[in-house]
Ligand binder design. Structure first.
Ligand code: UD1
Length: 368
């Protein structure tokens, strides 16, 4: 059985690492399973891609489609054309896509349209309900043609059931992003900025912003950061800046003695900073999962989340995108009133093994 594993953007790399490891381990113990790693090239900077392969010991991709940047449609088209070409010449049996990025949707469509390749979606079934987000469109389109869903929560299971998915195609397995986190936690690296900025444990914030709704207008981005600076009581804020945000941030002209800008960080350095932060301010989805597992307070600058368990069970709180919600949240944090949270079901570090075992079972049953 040949499995294609698709990875295109930064959060994908974190999610595929344990799946590759689990396949390699089953292969070593004699199971007739192999994989082909397809990098779409959606993220291509060393800091957004290569460094993650390096630190997470992900083998070099077998194929790089080199799709690069572009509008949503351009990027989707380039990935679909490249992946379809590969499948025509060298088909696979199953295509695994992860998460909700453009590469996820584009490769799922290309594989499914061959007519004989099955599609598995890791992190299937999650929904924000916000149709203005490209990621939500990617989730809905991908799930509408997925054969096997590997889910992170019972909320995701219920979303799929409500949409008419038969239960035999839904596998509640947990979270591969957390497999990586649990495995790599002992290897976290103190970044250079720790000494340069004079950071002290639980005495600084980490901030990340990259959602179009927050960063594509300089007025909006400027307003959000100004409000955060006002509420921060002068405590240092470390802000590793995503390439999308960097372009606009420069135009805001914002600077403050307690605001430290940094380039995108490696996985092991970034999570070291998160682990010892007083709190994280973000608009990312994946980071809300990592802060939940590390029990770090998290303020999310979004109106909705596709990961509600990070709020109901975890340390995350949705503040929305209106800057007026920022000051009250910081007051609550400084007053020591932030919730402590717990860990969602099956986020135990063994999700990828469960996924690969289910896949082997499915394909063995089909053969018999
Ligand atoms: C993508 C995902 C998002 C994910 C995020 C993590 C989609 C729709 N969005 O958003 O879900 O949370 O990745 O990072 O797939 N760029 C570089 N260097 C790179 C990559 C991108 O400079 O290595 C630039 C691009 O040229 C573009 C901008 O960053 O101008 C945005 O990149 P893009 O891949 O469109 O989406 P992200 O905002 O990174």
């Amino acid at each position: 059985m040949l499995i294609d594993i698709i990875a295109g953007a930064r959060p994908n790399f974190i999610k595929i690492a344990p799946i590759i490891e689990a396949i390699a381990s089953r292969k070593k113990s004699g199971v007739a399973v192999d994989y082909r790693l397809v990098h779409t090239g959606q993220h291509y900077d060393k800091k957004m891609s290569h460094d993650f392969f390096d630190q997470l010991s992900i083998p070099a991709p077998h194929i790089n489609l080199e799709a690069g940047s572009g509008t949503q449609a351009e990027q989707t088209a380039k990935i679909m054309i490249g992946y379809e070409r590969l499948l025509i010449e060298h088909p696979c049996d199953l295509c695994i896509v992860v998460g909700d990025v453009t590469s996820t949707m584009a490769c799922a469509i290309a594989a499914k349209k061959t007519g004989n390749i099955r599609v598995a979606h890791v992190e299937g079934g999650i929904r924000s309900g916000d149709w203005t987000m490209p990621e939500e469109i990617n989730r809905i389109v991908t799930d509408s043609i997925t054969d096997y869903f590997f889910t992170t929560s019972t909320v995701a299971n219920n979303n799929l059931l409500r949409a008419g998915t038969t239960p035999d195609r839904i596998f509640f397995v947990g979270n591969t992003m957390i497999d990586t986190l649990r495995k790599q936690e002992p290897n976290f690296i103190k970044p250079g900025i720790w000494t340069k900025a004079g950071l002290v444990e639980k005495n600084y914030f980490v901030m990340t912003l990259h959602r179009p709704a927050n960063v594509d207008s300089k007025e909006k981005l400027g307003e959000l950061i100004s409000e955060i600076l006002k509420a921060s009581q002068g405590m240092l804020i470390i802000f590793p800046v995503h390439p999308r945000t960097a372009k606009i941030l420069e135009q805001t002209g914002i600077s403050a003695p307690n605001l430290w800008l940094a380039e995108p960080m490696t996985y092991l350095e970034f999570n070291y900073l998160v682990k010892f932060a007083k709190a994280v301010i973000t608009d990312s989805g994946g980071i809300t999962e990592e802060t939940t597992v590390m029990a770090v307070p998290c303020m999310t600058l979004r109106d909705s989340t596709e990961r509600p368990e990070t709020c109901t069970a975890g340390t995350n709180e949705l503040l929305g995108t209106d800057p007026s919600a920022i000051a009250p949240a910081f007051s609550k944090l400084f007053a020591g009133e932030w919730k402590t949270g717990g860990i969602p079901e099956l986020w135990d570090g063994h999700t990828a093994e469960r996924i690969v075992d289910h896949i082997i079972d499915i394909f063995s049953l089909m053969k018999n």
